[in-house]
Design a protein around this ligand. Structure first.
Ligand code: AHR
Length: 649
């Protein structure tokens, strides 16, 4: 769904609900004392062990210019379809080298990239080198005494070689070279050259660019220019460390990928053709993200899976199901067959032994061990397909589901909307983008949903308030919503916020409210991010019977316990601007320790937020408390999200 369509949908609903919300959500008076009675020995149901996870796609420069460590923007120079030059590159106009660039359409380093950039120097010299510049993704991060991995594909062109190609990181303000490496002069065949370069005493900054220069007259062909800083776990072609650390703190149990709209593409030609995202980078042609820029596909299918492995998440693999954002669909039947085949092959790439065709390809790509896969989602938001081609008894869903079930009977199949006929999904993925008022109003939504139908995945949800990242008002509504997810996690087995990431440069983002923001150098979590860290790190394995009485309509609770460790987690969200006094009664427990922990996230205003410059304005505070017991009186501050961790026998 485009942002515009989604925004107008929720704004219309918001307008209708605001009046209602104002009436029903009048804040509790500070005098009303609420009672929360917890029956410790009465677990209601298990907490879904997969409840909290991540949803991800290439939006807002989530990967290119985000999680993916690559620093060179548009490293292959041209768009896949149009071969249009990606103008992010520029000729170093100050150099005296007489540099010109053009596309050579006849040769490239691979079948996927059958073209290259021809760089010609009319009169470069060691004293006056000339070349081209790349600004990175709104800057190139430099840290002192840091080693970078550089690489490039080169091939000589014509009789005159311009000699070795030098790569430097240059500070934009001072023109000072902060790191430098030299690739040898290219030979007559395409070859990948690799090198490392190291910064010295340079100050930490992102106001830098990357320059490629030659020092002699002549022409050279180049492609796939690459530069990586240190990456998570030091992996080649790896991921950004600070962002991976932030994700790890969410304790995610699954990763839903590769979209979202990124799975679907704007037109049928832009579908997520997973085979074009595997293997060496030079074999990945890139493809247009529906969010308006070319995706490098440096995070391809295998990188998603390794990311799952790194953070101990299980994959929730979404397969392309024949619907694109421009409203076109592939007709069920013979025309859809190649896509069904591609999905089966994709599942084999993920799970197959090395004796299978695609399992062997995975082994060739460096990962002989198969990945465990339990869930496959067919499509994304197919309720937008007004033709009904997805949901009919012989529709797109049924065609995919039949084939997948036949080949992989143990897999759980997720539909993106209710479907008709005999072929039913194991789960349905429902998406919720809401205003704060809507989510506060709907926090108990799942309390009333029938348990007779398929289980539910909330594959995308978010309170849309705050730009580029969610503010504290959004965090309060998100937390209220999450109390409902936890209480109903017998039905809602997985939930993931979206979008996860945003590069905060205004030109980088397409979606208003996101969870984690960053620029080239720094990152921060929004208040909503911290609310999620609090919820996912204090989650028992059973929901405990609890009754909240006398609280204002903006007070929400979730109570879970971990029976193995005798720990009780009491979450209270007070989304009102007034304090909420509350008496907590723990019944059915032999003893309740006086000592425990109180974690609080609060702010004076719902507009309070975090940013690159102020990353820790709204963060949780944890305190050891010694006033707990079977009966506790505590006043929860206005606008606060609290978790009480109690030890009970
Ligand atoms: O999260 C942003 C977009 O919202 C997703 O790509 C799409 O599935 C939804 O409409």
């Amino acid at each position: 769904m485009s942002f515009r369509a989604s925004l107008s949908a929720f704004l219309t609903a918001a307008a209708m609900l605001t009046a209602v919300a104002v009436l029903i959500c009048a804040p509790a008076s500070a005098r009303d004392r609420a009672e929360l009675t917890v029956q410790y020995d009465h677990p209601v149901h298990a907490v879904s062990p997969t409840l909290y996870g991540l949803m991800t796609e290439e939006i807002n420069h989530s990967y290119d210019g985000g999680l993916y460590g690559e620093l060179i923007r548009d490293r292959v120079f041209f768009r896949r379809e149009s071969r249009k030059f990606l103008k992010i590159w520029s000729v170093d106009q100050n150099a005296a080298g007489g540099i010109s660039i053009s596309i050579d359409n006849r040769t490239g380093p691979s079948r996927a990239l059958p073209y290259s950039l021809e760089l010609t120097a009319a009169h470069a010299s060691p004293k006056d080198p000339g070349g081209i510049d790349n600004p990175g993704y709104w800057g190139v991060p430099v840290w002192p005494h840091t080693t970078y991995r550089a690489s490039i594909y080169l091939r000589a062109k014509g009789a005159r070689s311009p000699g070795p190609v030098t790569m430097t990181i240059v500070n934009s303000a001072s023109g000072k070279v902060l790191a430098r490496t030299v690739f040898p002069a290219a030979g007559p065949k395409w070859r990948r050259y690799t090198a490392t370069m190291r910064t010295g005493d340079a100050a930490t900054s992102s106001d830098n660019f990357v320059r490629l220069t030659v020092s002699h007259p002549g022409s050279v062909l180049m492609n796939v220019v690459s530069l990586f800083p240190p990456t998570y776990d030091n992996q080649p072609n790896g991921l950004r460390i600070d962002l991976m650390d932030k994700l790890a703190a969410l304790h995610p149990k699954f990763l839903r990928f590769p979209g979202g709209n990124f799975l679907e593409g704007k037109t049928p030609a832009d579908w997520y053709d997973w085979k074009l995202t595997i293997g060496p980078i030079v074999d990945r042609p890139t493809h247009p993200s529906p969010w308006g820029y070319e995706s490098s596909d440096g995070i391809g299918l295998l990188e998603y899976l390794k990311w799952c492995q790194d953070l101990h998440m299980q994959p929730l693999l979404a397969v392309y199901a024949g619907y694109s954002l421009d409203g076109q669909h592939i007709r069920p039947g013979p025309t859809l067959r190649p896509y069904v085949k591609a999905a089966l092959e994709e599942i084999q790439y993920v799970t197959g032994a090395t004796t299978t065709k695609w399992g062997a390809v995975r082994a060739r790509d460096g990962h002989p061990a198969p990945f465990a896969l339990h869930y496959v989602e067919i499509g994304n938001e197919d309720f937008f397909d007004r033709s009904g081609s997805y949901s009919g008894s012989n529709g797109r869903f049924a065609q995919f589901a039949r084939a997948i079930r036949k080949a992989y009977p143990k897999l759980k199949i997720v539909a993106t909307m209710p479907v008709k006929g005999d072929v039913q999904p194991n789960l349905i993925d429902e998406h919720f983008y809401r205003t704060p008022q809507q989510f506060l109003h709907e926090a108990n939504y799942f309390d009333h949903v029938s348990r007779k139908g398929p289980k539910i995945i909330v594959g995308e949800w978010a309170t849309l308030e705050g730009t580029p990242t969610a503010d504290f008002g959004a965090a309060l509504a998100d937390a209220a919503w999450m109390t409902g997810l936890e209480r109903n996690s017998d039905l809602v087995v997985m939930a993931s916020y979206a979008p996860l990431f945003v590069n905060v440069n205004p030109l980088a983002s397409q979606w208003p409210t996101n969870l984690i923001g960053y620029d080239a150098l720094h990152s921060y979590g929004s208040p909503s991010y911290y609310a999620q860290v609090m919820f996912s790190s204090h989650l028992g394995n059973q929901v405990v019977a609890a009754r909240l009485a006398g609280a204002g309509p903006l007070c929400f609770e979730s109570v879970t316990r971990n029976a193995a460790t005798d720990t009780l987690f009491i979450k209270i969200v007070n989304a009102a601007p007034l304090p909420q006094p509350l008496t907590l009664h723990i019944e059915g427990a032999a003893a309740v320790a006086r000592r425990g922990t109180l974690v609080t996230l609060s702010a004076k205003s719902t507009h309070a937020t975090n940013s690159i410059r102020h990353p820790r304005r709204v963060i949780p505070h944890s305190a050891t408390v010694n006033w707990l017991g079977p009966q506790v009186r505590h006043t929860f501050p206005p606008y606060s999200i609290s978790v009480l961790v109690m030890h009970v026998h």
